[in-house]
Design a binder for this molecule. Structure first.
Ligand code: SAM
Length: 323
């Protein structure tokens, strides 16, 4: 189904929980105000919501959080979605900490691919940014995901001035040489990123990231990278990987946005930056498919033309941010 601006909604991002085992300095996931378990959507409810989404044209689903690999039995949810929903692409975004142990069963259950967050290749720095993450575990997760075929593995790197911006060339090399797809992401003014003026100090625009890359590599635009998302990708002569830049703030891609999201507690939100949504949980719990359909129709009808992050940072929109 198309919204009133002609955008076709094909992608649904589903947050499966708000707990995280890391507390990245820019993120609200993992913050102490967690929802009680009874308020989280149950697996049956998630599957039902996705099935209704499919009726409206959803073809691709990404599981996120919080940290989705912390949700008990997540492998079973992957299997249920794969079996019961007609999806072209089922993916998951993770911090990578538990990925090495779970990659094979996730693949077996029907997951197509993973995105892994990685903001530094320096162990101490990664620990500081994530407040506790272990680089070795994340790298092992990436490797394992590749081995079992959760591919293409995409790496998400949030670039922050004075924190990790000096690593842009190293991170690019890491991906280009290993045949990975790495996306540099502009710091969004949401969640912890707007605390104490951090966002204003640390924001690095896509143009600057591109200039830094251009100093090291002669990059040319890559064609046809799978995913169809908002990143623009580049390749370097003779190297197998790709780097992309997601300019969500400086060059918003709202005009082409094809997404809806569902929060862990079952709100359907028309936009990443929306701080309110349409409650789905009660309708799902009482098995009222028509009400769930009505909620999707309303979310698509009310999808705003775009966010206004470039104008004013907010504290909203973070709990369901997926990569
Ligand atoms: N726990 C999982 C992970 O670490 O990837 C999934 C949830 S996390 C919220 C999803 C993605 O959002 C991560 O790649 C993270 O870097 C990104 N993210 C969180 N806060 C952000 C912000 N303020 N600006 C840009 N990206 C952000």
């Amino acid at each position: 189904m198309r919204d009133r601006f002609g955008r076709e909604i094909t992608y649904l991002r589903v947050s499966v929980g708000d707990r995280c085992d890391l507390r990245c300095i820019y993120c609200r996931a993992g913050a102490p105000s967690l929802s009680p378990k009874r308020d989280l959507l149950r697996f049956e409810e998630i599957v039902e919501a996705v099935r209704v989404g499919v009726e409206f044209g959803v073809r691709r689903v990404r599981l996120t959080g919080g940290e989705p690999l912390l949700r008990q039995d997540i492998v079973r949810l992957v299997g249920m979605l794969r079996e019961r929903c007609d999806l072209q692409d089922l993916s998951l975004t993770t911090n990578g900490i538990r990925l090495a142990h779970m990659a094979r069963e996730l693949k077996r259950a029907g997951l197509d691919r993973v995105n892994v967050s990685l903001d530094s290749l320096r162990p101490e720095r990664l620990r500081a940014i994530t407040r506790g993450g272990d680089l070795k575990e994340v790298l092992a997760g990436i490797e394992r995901a590749r081995e079992v075929g959760l591919t293409p593995v995409k790496i998400n790197t949030v670039v922050m001035r004075g924190v990790n911006d000096d690593e842009v060339p190293d991170l690019a090399r890491f991906a280009l040489e290993r045949g990975l797809i790495l996306r540099f992401i502009e710091l969004m003014p949401v969640g912890e990123a707007v605390r104490d003026g951090f966002w204003r100090r640390a924001f690095v625009a896509a143009d600057e990231i591109r200039r830094r890359l251009a100093r090291e590599y002669s990059l040319r635009p890559a064609a046809g990278t799978e995913g169809g998302g908002p990143a623009r990708y580049f390749r370097a002569e003779g190297l197998p990987g790709e780097v992309g830049i997601i300019a969500s703030v400086s060059q918003p891609f709202c005009a082409g946005c094809n997404r809806l999201r569902i929060t862990a507690t079952g709100e359907l939100r028309p936009c990443l930056a929306s701080d309110s949504g349409i409650p789905l949980r009660e309708a799902l719990r009482r098995g009222d498919r028509d009400a769930v359909r009505e909620a999707f129709a309303t979310a698509i009808r009310e999808k705003p033309p775009g966010h206004r992050w470039h104008l004013a940072p907010t504290r909203t929109g973070m709990d369901e941010l997926g990569g």
